[in-house]
Design a protein around this ligand. Structure first.
Ligand SMILES: *[C@@H]1O[C@H](CO)[C@@H](O)[C@H](O)[C@H]1NC(C)=O
Ligand SMILES: *[C@@H]1O[C@H](CO)[C@@H](O)[C@H](O)[C@H]1NC(C)=O
Ligand SMILES: *[C@@H]1O[C@H](CO)[C@@H](O)[C@H](O)[C@H]1NC(C)=O
Ligand SMILES: *[C@@H]1O[C@H](CO)[C@@H](O)[C@H](O)[C@H]1NC(C)=O
Ligand SMILES: *[C@@H]1O[C@H](CO)[C@@H](O)[C@H](O)[C@H]1NC(C)=O
Ligand SMILES: *[C@@H]1O[C@H](CO)[C@@H](O)[C@H](O)[C@H]1NC(C)=O
Ligand SMILES: *[C@@H]1O[C@H](CO)[C@@H](O)[C@H](O)[C@H]1NC(C)=O
Ligand SMILES: *[C@@H]1O[C@H](CO)[C@@H](O)[C@H](O)[C@H]1NC(C)=O
Ligand SMILES: *[C@@H]1O[C@H](CO)[C@@H](O)[C@H](O)[C@H]1NC(C)=O
Ligand SMILES: *[C@@H]1O[C@H](CO)[C@@H](O)[C@H](O)[C@H]1NC(C)=O
Ligand SMILES: *[C@@H]1O[C@H](CO)[C@@H](O)[C@H](O)[C@H]1NC(C)=O
Ligand SMILES: *[C@@H]1O[C@H](CO)[C@@H](O)[C@H](O)[C@H]1NC(C)=O
Length: 613
């Protein structure tokens, strides 16, 4: 009896609680949201119309009229008044035109609006955005809005964070309005702490007051904004600067002498992230830069920087990322890099570093995951202490001149490796023993590139066991290989193989067609003279237009094989075939009845390009 009363009491109180919570949302706010929802159809919820639309239950699915809007996914209400103050519909599969008079603008109490990662199909940013006068955070990144940014956005003087960035996919679909835009932004949006306009076509100079007026600014990303002129004085409070990919930016700081980094960079003592990549900067790195012991990420990649890197680089003790590839740095690679405790990624590729590579005594556990030293002038053996970099995922030592044999056993302990690039290694004495490479217990390795290095496949085991069974991409171009490497037949996940520029004789083995994941096999410039067997299952072989392309392709004359025999009808009849690239040593005069030369075999779709540097 007591139990029943208690239960009754409990159910009354819980339903009154539900009733109370139902009333939190203000009806006008609820209706505005429901109307906004109906401005987009639900097509996107089912179909994956864009790579962003991956979520199986987009937030607005929970938006139903009979429930309290303050409890809907992505909605934040003011706890007292029940007005909507936050809308986060990022990654919500919204697809279609954004109405200039969208009911969203009735949510006049909004403080935060995030519509990132949706597809508004090249709509303009509505000018009525200025009606949301309370907005502090506006995030329209990756939304495929296009056209000019409305100046009305500059009325939103309470903005603390503004993100209108995009990616190359929507490259510069947004542009800034008439020239004084950035000055006006600096005059009006003085509360900004975060500004990201990456890939907005600003096509302008950076006004002096751009940074000096924005005293609260902590993070600025203007990646790929088509900036030119001189970059103004930076505020010492700034923590993150990304000015990468602005090739016409003449100088990036006020005291830049020409295109050099000034010593005053050392004043920016709060800097965490500094990205000068892909600009036209030159000169040496001022030693003052190495005063920025807060610095966690420094990118100088693809500029014209020169000079040496100092051994006291360890003063940057918080460095996670140091990218200086594609410059003209010279001297030795400071071994002290490997003593920076939290360094995760070091890329010094494509410079003029010389001398032996020294890694030094690594006492503590190295966190280094990515090490790129390719395309330098480094000589001498790979230090055995590389085996202590046990967290390496990506290692590229291409163009190293080892001046002696290369013992691949030193990679034995690098069990996290996913990509190993040892291309164009000048070993002079010994070849890289492929048997030894295949015996490495690197179970995560998905990309192996030995192109241009002399590889020995002699005495390859015929029973093709390899521990590298996860390989997806295999590059063995120009390795002096003379027989079709049998071990490939055991690579069940292999998607792409490059065996071009070798001296492989004989026939293309039948097992090639049976590799379940193979998309692409590059076999040009060999001495292949036929097929052991043609594929029976052509449904997965995509080649088209053989006859239409045959003469054009053969006139390209890129092939250098000796393939003879009749082209099997299966190739010619299958309309799913995508591309068969044939070429003839003897040009178009070759007897049409013969299938003169196989250059490439493309099966299925072309692969997404491998994540090579
Ligand atoms: C939601 O429901 C209420 C009450 O049933 C109704 O008055 C209102 O028009 C509805 N809103 C929408 C957008 O359908
Ligand atoms: C997107 O825009 C294109 C071109 O204006 C139009 O054909 C298409 O119907 C639009 N799609 C949606 C979902 O609005
Ligand atoms: C700056 O903000 C004020 C107040 O919102 C507004 O009146 C003015 O037009 C804005 N300036 C620009 C250039 O939009
Ligand atoms: C904008 O939203 C996206 C997706 O939620 C997020 O990744 C990004 O960091 C946001 N930008 C800012 C400046 O907060
Ligand atoms: C950027 O804007 C400038 C000036 O309007 C224009 O000349 C240029 O072509 C634009 N760039 C791109 C990539 O759209
Ligand atoms: C911005 O800075 C300039 C000088 O750099 C100054 O003349 C102007 O008054 C400043 N504007 C505001 C709003 O602080
Ligand atoms: C920046 O550093 C330089 C010395 O490198 C100094 O002369 C200058 O006064 C500093 N500027 C500021 C604003 O602190
Ligand atoms: C950098 O540090 C050195 C020594 O710690 C100091 O003498 C120099 O003034 C600093 N430079 C700047 C620009 O802060
Ligand atoms: C780093 O070494 C260079 C010389 O190699 C020196 O000029 C500089 O003051 C040193 N910096 C620090 C912070 O010790
Ligand atoms: C590295 O460590 C070894 C043994 O611990 C020691 O003999 C050697 O001197 C050390 N080398 C350097 C450069 O510290
Ligand atoms: C590479 O180093 C050798 C000597 O170690 C030197 O003779 C040569 O000029 C260097 N090449 C380049 C491109 O720096
Ligand atoms: C390989 O190294 C030897 C000796 O150091 C040198 O003579 C030769 O030119 C190098 N080959 C290449 C391709 O760099």
């Amino acid at each position: 009896m007591i139990g029943t009363i208690f239960l009754l009491f409990f159910s009354i109180s819980s339903s009154s609680y539900t009733y109370a919570s139902l009333t939190l949302c203000r009806p006008d706010q609820r209706d505005a949201l429901l109307e906004f929802k109906s401005e987009f159809n639900d097509e996107g919820i089912q179909g994956a119309w864009t790579s962003f639309c991956v979520t199986s239950s987009p937030k607005r699915k929970s938006w139903e009229n009979n429930t309290d809007c303050c409890y809907w996914d992505g909605i934040t209400c003011d706890a007292n008044s029940g007005v909507v103050i936050g809308v986060d519909l990022s990654s919500s599969c919204l697809h279609g035109h954004f109405k200039p008079d969208s009911s969203l603008f009735r949510l006049q109490y909004l403080r935060s609006l995030n519509l990132a990662y949706n597809d508004f199909n090249a709509s303009s940013i509505p000018t009525r955005i200025n009606e949301l006068t309370g907005l502090q955070r506006l995030n329209l990144s990756y939304t495929s809005f296009s056209g000019e940014i409305p100046t009305e956005i500059l009325h939103l003087t309470k903005l603390v964070s503004l993100d209108l960035s995009s990616i190359f996919m929507y490259s510069q679909t947004l542009s800034s309005p008439r020239k004084p835009f950035l000055s006006q932004l600096a005059q009006n949006l003085t509360n900004l702490r975060q500004l990201d306009l990456s890939h907005v076509n600003l096509s302008s100079e950076m006004p002096q007051m751009m940074i000096s007026n924005l005293t609260s600014l902590r993070s600025i990303r203007l990646h790929g904004c088509n900036l030119f002129g001189r970059f103004p004085r930076l505020s010492p409070t700034i923590r993150s600067i990304d000015l990468s990919v602005n090739p016409h930016l003449e100088s990036s700081l006020p005291e830049f002498n020409g295109r050099k980094i000034p010593s005053s960079i050392g004043n920016l003592s709060h800097l965490n992230i500094l990205d000068f990549g892909y600009n036209n900067l030159a000169g040496e790195i001022p030693t003052a830069l190495f005063n920025l012991t807060k610095l966690s990420s420094l990118s100088l990649a693809s500029n014209h920087f020169t000079g040496t890197l100092p051994h006291n680089i360890t003063s940057l003790s918080n460095l996670n990322i140091f990218h200086a590839a594609s410059n003209s740095f010279f001297g030795t690679v400071p071994s002290t890099f490997f003593n920076i405790p939290c360094l995760e990624s070091l890329d010094l590729g494509d410079n003029q570093f010389s001398g032996p590579l020294e890694i030094g005594n690594i006492s503590s556990m190295s966190k280094l995951q990515s090490l790129v030293l390719s395309k330098n002038n480094l000589t001498g053996p790979i230090p055995t202490s590389i085996s202590k970099l046990v967290n390496l995922v990506y290692l590229d030592l291409s163009y190293l001149n080892t001046r002696g044999p290369l013992d691949v056993g030193i990679f034995w302990h690098l069990k996290s490796l996913q990509q190993l690039t040892l291309s164009h290694i000048n070993t002079t004495i010994a070849r890289i023993d492929l048997n030894a490479v295949l015996s490495l217990p690197l179970k995560s390795l998905s990309i192996l590139d030995l192109s241009g290095s002399h590889v020995s496949v002699e005495n390859m085991r015929s029973s093709v066991s390899t521990l590298l069974s996860q390989l997806i991409y295999l590059f063995l171009s120009g390795c002096g290989i003379t027989v079709f490497p049998e071990f490939i037949s055991s690579l069940q996940y292999i998607s792409m193989i490059d065996l071009s520029n070798n001296s492989i004789k004989g026939q293309v083995p039948a097992w090639l067609w049976r590799l379940p994941e193979l998309h692409y096999a590059e076999l040009s410039y060999n001495a292949i003279n036929g097929f052991k067997e043609f594929p029976k299952d052509v449904s997965r072989t995509m080649m088209t237009d053989l006859f239409h392309n045959a003469s054009a392709i053969s006139s390209r004359g890129v092939a250098n094989n000796h393939l003879t025999g009749k082209l099997p009808d299966v190739f010619l009849n299958d309309c799913n075939l995508r591309s068969l690239n044939v070429g003839s040593k003897h040009g178009a005069q070759q007897n049409q009845r013969h299938f003169p030369i196989l250059v490439r075999i493309l099966t299925r779709a072309t692969p997404t390009s491998p994540p090579l540097q």
